[in-house]
Structures are given as C-alpha cells and as structure tokens.
Design a protein around this ligand. Structure first.
Ligand code: ADP
Ligand code: MG
Length: 604
C-alpha cells in the first residue's frame, strides 16, 4: 500500500512557515521587506501585545491589482525573480515567494492593496491559510498587510513565544535594522497604541542614526570610507576605539542593503578593532558592504539572514583594513578636542578668582615615580600650565613646588592639567569640558605602542641577566616555545633549548623588572596560549606585549609628579589609538560642559 502523499497546500505552507515565520519579529521583517521592495516612501507599523495579537504594516508603495493580490498568497508566487538565472544576482530583499502565504497560514490575515491609479482596491481575508473573503476595498493607494492571532492554529509554536515585552523588543530591533538600512524611507511604530517612534525620511545615514539613537551616539562614531575597490565598497559608521556594548545588538551589518548576520564579518570587525575593543564586549557598527550582487549568494537561509560570499577572504581583508584605517583616522579629529581652550591673559593686578589654584593641587604630586621605569630618564620637564586667571604675583610665588620646574623649550601646549584624583585619574580641561584620564590605562597604551614599534623595527632591546636561568616545561608548552621562538626573541626574551623540554633564558626585555624569570616565562606562556588570535606572529607579539605591558605599566596608585603626568598625557596624545588601553578599556572619559550644565541645572 502506498504511504506517501502530497501535503495539502495549507499544510505545506504551515511547514514552510516554520522556517520563515519564527516569531512576530519575522512577520514584521518580511512585511517591511515587501514594502521596501514595493518602492514605499513611508512605512507604518502597528503592533499589539508583542505582535502576537496584531502586526500591521502599511505602505504607500506600488500596490497590487486583484489578480496579483490573490496570486501573492500562493506559495512560490513572486514578482521578483523569473528564472533560476535570476537567483545569481538578487537585487530585491524578497525573492522566495514564501512570506505572504506562510504568514497567512499561521494567522488571521488581511491584505488590502490598491495601485495608485486604480479606482478601487482589493481586500482579502484569509484564515489559517484559507481565503475567506475577497472584495473591493477603499484604502489609500499602497498595501496594508495585517496578521492577527499569530500561531492561533499552531499551539506548539505559540508556546515557544517569549514574553510580550521580549517579542516587542525583537520587533523594535528588526525595525531599527530596516530603518538604518533605508534612511530615505519614513518609519513609524505604534506599540499598543503608543507612538514609539516616528522617523522622518532622512537624506543621509547620519540623520537616521541621530533620529534613532541620539546625537550622543553619533558623536562617538567615525565614518567609514576607504577600502573601496572596484569590487567592494564599505561605508557607514563604526564606534570610536573604546566604545563598546555588552551585546551584539548594535553591531549592524548590511550587505547590499540587507541586514545580515555573518560570522565572517564579525570576526573581521573584531580583527580590525584588535586592541581597541575590550575583551568580551561588542563594537558598535553601522557597516554597509556593497558589492556586485553576483558576488553574494543570499539564497542560503529561509529567513535570508545569512549570505555566502564568492570571495570570503577578499571581503574579510577589506573589512579589517577599513576598520583599522578608520580607527586611526579618527584620532586626528579626536585630538583636536584636547587643545587647551584659549584663555585671554588677564590684566596685571587681577585678583585670583579660583581659590584652589590648579598648581596648588600639583603640589600633591608625590616626589617619587613609582616603578623606576625607563621613562624617567627620558623625561624632559615642561612648564606647568597656569591658568591666566591666577594673579601674577601668585605665579611668581617661590613657595610653590611647581615653580622650581624650569620652563621647557616652546613645546606646543595641547592640554591643561588640573590635578590628579585619588592618585589615579588625571583631571584635564579641554575645549569640550572636563577630561578624566586613567593614568594606568594611559601608560599601558603608551608602552604598548612603543614596544610594538620597536618589535616591528629592530626588536625590543634585551637586558642580559646576571645569571642565565634554566627551567623545565611540560611537553606541550615546550612545543609552543619552539614554535614561537623567533617572536620571543624579537620581544627581547633570549631563550633557547637546553634539552628536550628544558630551556635556558639569558635575557629579558629591558623594560621589565622581573625577579623570577622562570616563573615569568610560565606566566607568559599561560597568558599567550589562551590568546585567541595566533594567526600571525606579529599578532602574537602584540598579544604578548599587551599582556605583559599591563603588569608593568604605572600602577593605579603610583603617585606621579607633575612633569611626569604631563609627559604621560603628551605621549598618550601621540599614540595611534590614544583613547583606549591595549585591552580596549578607555583611557579617558570626557565630561562635556553641556553635561555639567545639565547636572547643575543650568540647562535642561
Ligand atoms: P517575495 O517577497 O519573496 O516575492 P512574498 O510572499 O513576500 O514573496 O510576496 C509575494 C509577492 O507579493 C511579491 O513578489 C510582490 O509582488 C507582492 N507583494 C507583497 N507585498 C507587497 C507590498 N507591500 N506591495 C506591493 N506588492 C507586494
Ligand atoms: Mg517578501
């Protein structure tokens, strides 16, 4: 007896719906994509109870005539592709002809649509995949698709839905993606009859980001441009070094206008950020990749979330390079803000207006530089910054410690130091307001870049140990050392084999101050073995510097003298990526005058 039979269409649609319509947010996504493909300038979304009770998407797009409206509810009915060859270069968001029938098969569905010039429109009501009513409709030109009681006929699916709040958040995220991907379209979201946002059509991506996320975020983004080859164009924005999030929610990536998730791109972005991103945190990106549609396959995933690239290596490398260059380019702009505000000198005889003059606080700098690092030898004293609001006679007061510092040769003054808080945070003033610098993080960044530069050029200077040390390692670690011997030597670690798993170490990087070299080496190996990226020896070297530098940078509580602080800041500003330490933690925090004014209730 034959056992195989063809599934009735409604059941087949429900099966397909399992892949396309996972949750209310997928309904929203598919319907918005249809509106965008229909050339809409304005899209309104209305949801109730997390979209479970209602999702309605209305647009002012091209609409459909009655025949098309009926056909659009059939499975595999689409106006977007005609032949298999069209699959090779897809220029629309939809192409599978599955969304409408899938949604209609798992909800109470209503479609009203009208072409701009038509006298009347069409209304179709479908319940659980069965067309119940077809009649004339009188809506405005465009299309309205409405899904009520999602999964009412699939209780198993319905049980998998999360709380209304979670589903609403998923929907909002989905709309954000579409809104960022298409700034020229106006979007409105009504959630349980409350207006959540109303985004006017924007002419640029910046405007859309500002309207959606606020100007504060926009100010912390850097524009991507570059890595523009004939094949790939990368544009959009990424967060400055030091800006990161706890989740991936703001790591937005678009390929030919389509929001996608891509492991390959995620890795490439991370690689581009490298030390500019804190471990375990996620970058903020609005990254747009445009390439020949024939170079991407979007027909990979039923929900079209993933894509495949014909040249994955090329894409990866272009992104890494572009992110790196952009972060470094962002530096100049950022440094500009650290130029000291221009203060007009006041006439002689003016009384001091600031009772606690900054240079008085400077006398709190302790006399000793904590770790006796090499930096002291390089130190060239610079004049203290004395605000002109101080009375001149006070400036000449010999009782102040700082007055003993000889003035430096005309080094351009870029910043104004106020003092040090809690032996850790350097307080500075810049054109935007107050800046707090973490002196430990700052020193880490400076050492990191200095050592990396030396490693790349001639290798880190090594210092001979008085007595060479030998030590044993377990075979796996021994193997690791053998493989990375050359990079260790470039790092200033003089190490060589001294038996099957015994090593001799006779020199260490000059900047280190290590009492037990064997223990130090074990620690280095432990740290570095767990380092995720060991793909290139240079990267390994960087990891190594980042790990070791941290321990030897100025400790949080090392008191620094004023000139040392000043040099620290100056060196920091000269770094390639001054705004974060080699582990991606910020080195500085800016508190703008506007923020202060708000806090003091001067401005609302
Ligand atoms: P796909 O988008 O993959 O083609 P859908 O099932 O989502 O498949 O839609 C089927 C067809 O219905 C589309 O190809 C399009 O021609 C038409 N359609 C769907 N939504 C709209 C809309 N909002 N405006 C105009 N036409 C639409
Ligand atoms: Mg579609």
């Amino acid at each position: 007896m034959s056992r195989i039979r063809l599934l009735p269409d409604t059941v087949a649609s429900q099966v397909a719906a399992g892949e396309v319509v996972e949750r209310p947010a997928s309904v929203v996504k598919e319907l918005i994509e249809n509106s965008i493909d229909a050339g809409a300038r304005k899209i309104e979304i209305m949801i109730r109870r997390g979209g479970i009770s209602l999702v309605r998407v209305s647009d002012d797009g091209c609409g459909m005539d009655r025949d098309d409206a009926l056909l659009s509810l059939e499975r595999h009915a689409t106006s977007k592709i005609r032949s298999a060859s069209d699959l090779q270069a897809i220029g629309t968001l939809g192409f599978r002809g599955e969304a409408l029938p899938s949604i209609a098969s798992v909800s109470r569905f209503r479609l009203t649509t009208r072409e701009p010039k038509a006298i009347a429109g069409t209304e179709i009501i479908v319940n659980g995949g069965k067309i119940d009513i077809v009649r004339d409709g009188g809506e405005a030109p465009g299309t309205q698709a409405e899904a009520r009681s999602l999964f009412y006929n699939l209780p198993a699916r319905r049980k998998f839905l999360r709380s209304e709040n979670t589903e609403s958040r998923n929907i909002e995220h989905q709309i954000h993606l579409q809104a960022i991907g298409h700034p020229q379209i106006a979007f409105t979201l009504l959630r349980d009859d409350r207006l959540m946002f109303q985004l006017p059509a924007a002419t640029t991506l910046n405007e859309r980001i500002r309207d959606l996320y606020g100007v504060e975020l926009l100010e912390r983004l850097i524009q991507l441009n570059g890595a523009t080859s004939r094949k790939i164009r990368i544009s959009g924005f990424i967060g400055q070094a030091g800006l990161s999030r706890q989740t991936r929610a703001q790591q937005l990536v678009f390929v030919n206008g389509r929001a996608i998730e891509s492991g390959l791109i995620t890795v490439a972005i991370r690689e581009g950020y490298h030390t500019a991103l804190m471990k375990g945190r996620y970058p903020v990106t609005f990254l747009f990749l445009d390439l020949d549609p024939a170079a991407v396959d979007v027909n990979v995933h039923p929900a079209k979330r993933e894509v495949r690239f014909r040249d994955p290596t090329g894409v990866r490398e272009a992104i890494v390079r572009c992110v790196q260059q952009t972060l470094e380019r962002g530096r100049a702009e950022w440094q500009q803000k650290f130029r000291a505000p221009h203060i007009e000198p006041e006439p002689v005889g003016t009384e001091a207006k600031i009772p606690e003059a900054p240079h008085r606080e400077l006398s709190h700098f302790a006399p000793g530089f904590g770790d006796g690092s090499h930096r002291r030898a390089e130190f060239a004293p610079a004049p203290p910054v004395i605000p002109s609001s101080l009375a001149p006679q006070e400036r000449g007061d010999p009782g102040h410690a700082v007055q003993t510092i000889p003035p430096a040769k005309a080094a351009p003054q870029q910043f104004q130091i106020i003092g040090v808080l809690n032996k850790l945070y350097v307080l500075m003033e810049n054109a935007d307001g107050l800046v707090l610098v973490d002196q430990h993080a700052a020193h880490e960044r400076i050492l990191f870049e200095e050592l990396r530069r030396r490693m790349e050029e001639q290798g880190v200077p090594a210092q001979k140990l008085l007595l060479p040390h030998t030590f044993d390692l377990p075979p796996r670690d021994a193997d690791w050392i053998e493989r990375n011997m050359s990079i260790l030597q470039k790092m200033g670690i003089g190490i060589e084999s001294f038996g099957p798993s015994t090593f001799k170490i006779d020199s260490l990087p000059a900047f280190l101050n290590v009492s037990d070299p064997a223990q130090f080496m074990r620690k280095v190996i432990d740290d570095l073995k767990s380092a995720s990226n060991t793909s290139s020896p240079m990267r390994l070297g960087e990891e190594m510097i980042a790990k070791t530098v941290c321990r030897h940078a100025v400790k949080a509580n090392d008191p620094l003298r004023y000139p040392e602080v000043e040099k620290l800041i100056r060196d920091l500003l000269d770094c390639d990526l001054p705004y974060c330490c080699p582990h991606g933690r910020p080195t500085m925090i800016q508190i703008s005058l506007a923020e202060l004014e708000k806090k003091f209730g001067r401005k609302i």
